[in-house]
Design a protein around this ligand. Structure first.
Ligand SMILES: Nc1ncnc2c1ncn2[C@@H]1O[C@H](COP(=O)(O)OP(=O)(O)OP(=O)(O)O)[C@@H](O)[C@H]1O
Length: 259
């Protein structure tokens, strides 16, 4: 008899290297990242500007490819997929939330939420649609167009759109970057509920220690490598790691300058 095995990670990255440019303009964005993202967990990716956060997220989401190493979504190895298969994987198994909402201005909130399913030719599961709309708290505003909604409400529509197809993993790139703190808290609370109540896997890039404190785990990048992580973080712990990383970068800069 075989033992029941633990579920595979929602995403796993092995020795991922990504460079941009050539010659003197060559930049190493990812220098060999290895990382597992567990199913049903809310993970934040943090690190200084230029540390590789967006590149890592884009490679994990099949929007960009590394030079070497591997990226899996579940047990699908992305580097082996042809363009069409990658497009289908992004459409069917991945959800996105962007800093700038990216809603279609001529469609209502309801139509925006259902758009990815319509594009995929899938019928919405009415029960789950209601659950998502309840969780997002948009009921009376579903008939409104984006320009009739506040920034926070627009981002909640974008989160609902990412959740409604029940993707294997949702990638959120600074989802609260354009929001005031109250609206940001609503969006973060929503993402956290989607993880803890619906079992969604969410990965979020953020610069904000308050946002990171909503997550189960924070992974810190510096110079294209994972350098630290925290479990069940609070804001002070996140700030302490960020301060330590800034001091280490200043030290390294000072010794480079002295060399
Ligand atoms: N298309 C590109 N062409 C050239 N260099 C790039 C490109 N995209 C990213 N880079 C470089 O790769 C490195 C990592 O960039 P990336 O955007 O992943 O960092 P980040 O941590 O997301 O930064 P930020 O917090 O400022 O958004 C940086 O040095 C950046 O300048």
């Amino acid at each position: 008899m075989t033992e029941p095995s633990a579920p595979p990670p929602a995403a796993s990255v092995r020795d991922l290297v990504k460079t941009y440019g050539t010659g003197q303009a060559r930049v190493t964005a990812l220098a060999g990242v290895t990382l597992d993202l567990a199913q049903g967990e809310f993970t934040a990716v943090m690190g200084p500007s230029g540390s590789g956060k967006s590149t890592l997220m884009h490679c994990c989401a099949g929007l960009d490819t590394g030079d070497s190493g591997s990226v899996r979504i579940g047990d699908t190895e992305l580097t082996r997929l042809k363009d069409k298969e990658l497009t289908r994987l992004r459409r069917d198994r991945i959800g996105f939330v962007f800093q700038s909402f990216n809603l279609v201005p001529t469609l209502t909130a309801r139509e925006n939420i259902l758009l990815p399913l319509a594009i995929a030719g899938r019928r919405p599961d009415e029960g789950f649609f209601e659950t998502v709309v309840d969780t997002v708290g948009l009921g009376p505003r579903l008939g409104h167009r984006p320009n009739e909604l506040s920034g926070g409400q627009q981002q909640r529509v974008a989160v609902a759109r990412a959740l409604v197809s029940r993707p294997d993993i949702v990638f959120a790139d600074e989802p609260t970057g354009n929001l005031d703190s109250q609206s940001g808290a609503e969006v973060l609370g929503l993402l956290r509920r989607s993880v803890h109540e619906v079992g969604q896997t969410v990965v979020m890039v953020t610069h904000d220690p308050v946002a990171a404190a909503y997550t189960d785990r924070v992974v810190f990048l510096a110079d294209g490598l994972v350098v630290d992580e925290l479990r069940d973080p609070d804001r002070e712990q996140v700030l302490a790691v960020m301060t330590r990383m800034t001091a280490a970068a200043l030290d390294a800069g000072a010794s480079d300058g002295g060399a």
